[in-house]
Design a binder for this molecule. Sequence first.
Ligand SMILES: [Fe+2]
Ligand SMILES: [Fe+2]
Length: 476
Amino acid sequence: MTTLDEYRSYRGLPMLAGLATIAEAARPGLSVEACVTRLKRYHYALVRLHEILTARITAEPVYELKCAFSLHAYLCAEHVQALRARVGEMREPPLGLEAVPDPALEVFFDEVLAAPTAAELLVGLYEKAVPALDAALARHQADTNPLADAPTVRVCRFARLELADMIEYGRRSIPCLVDEPARAAMRPWLGLLDECLAAAGGVDGTEEPSGRPLARQYSAQPYVYDPVPQRDERFQDLWNQGVNPEAFLYTPGIPARPKTLMMLFKRIREIDVPEMMASIIHQTKGKPWEYYRDMSRQLWDESRHAMMGEVGFAARGVDWTKARITHNWSMRLNTECTPIERHAVLYFIEQGLMNKTGKRYEWEVGLESGDPLIGTFQDYDWADEVLHAAIGREWYIPQIGHWREALDYGDRCWSKILSNWHAVRDQGLTRHENWWPDIYRQACMAWGVEPEPDVLAYSETYESQRADLKAVSASG
Ligand SMILES: [Fe+2]
Ligand SMILES: [Fe+2]
């Protein structure tokens, strides 16, 4: 008879495929039922994190936070998907996943969702919610049998990798935005969040629940989503439609290099897409999780496209704040259209990018310009947009019917919110100032060339043309 200490693998090879030692795998760990009970709680936490991060993109003014929330919402959506799949593998149809596993956890996430300031939101998310979930996943890895439950351990490890990135983002961003007085002022609320977790026995419910009652603070009134896009102070003149970059791009004879500036402008202006898509995702209930995952992926891609524009300008020493990165499109869609109308417009526009004057053309211009960075950005931008057209085919078209009707509906919806060029000028919201010469001059300085007079003189606006170069109709 050999004891566990004496047990050896063949020639000392790592045992158990390297997962664990025999001693570790010889501890019984969690039952399937206990495992699933915990998984449902992590799932709930990630669904709520996804909801909160998505809901707060639109009305968050700070561009950097919009982009970070876009990424983190997408990461949560992926881990929700993985957890749902794992629950479905454990003799459990993935049912009961929509139930609230613990009322105290519900209060906890409701409070974070309703945090009235970005400072409270950041601290609530990155110092409370995400670390509490991460601690639960770490405990799961320690408690479960590493061999019998290896597939769950794997899901936990992958999730924790990205939760660590989120916690690190919070660690670096909170000091930039939250000073000591602000932190002191939110202390009672942070105490409430701790009380919620104590009442729930932790995210995983493994601790003894405190039994203490909870008094809602910010979530005492039900949360109301704010669909109005906000921007920080670097974004000025938000209704400006004084430069038509699409018309510029398709004007024959203009050299490729100045065209790359208009493409960078179009990229950074795409920050309006996350603002708009967040409203679709938040206001469309009851879809399969794959819908939210795919839409969140697309939302994140659009934030990436905006950041590619930012990088392109910054790398050239061009101050992009001198362009007018407007919110006209997201504002009008979010406040004048229903979620399905917004999705229709998005699909219509993205479908239009698939022909040879769309994304392929932008990539070709990037290559022709001799600037490899633009080539790279447009190459991936094009690939992303092909994916987005597929996401539209999967989730948007079936809601309307045939693809032809779906396209026509998108065209009509866009026409509905199309022409406010005169209206916003007459209301004094903008003078449609032509920002192009400033941006072009800055770039020419960086390139060490003189501006070309006919390129410098470009002054086509959105008055009579919309972004797909269709004439603005009088009825529109
Ligand atoms: Fe995009
Ligand atoms: Fe897209």
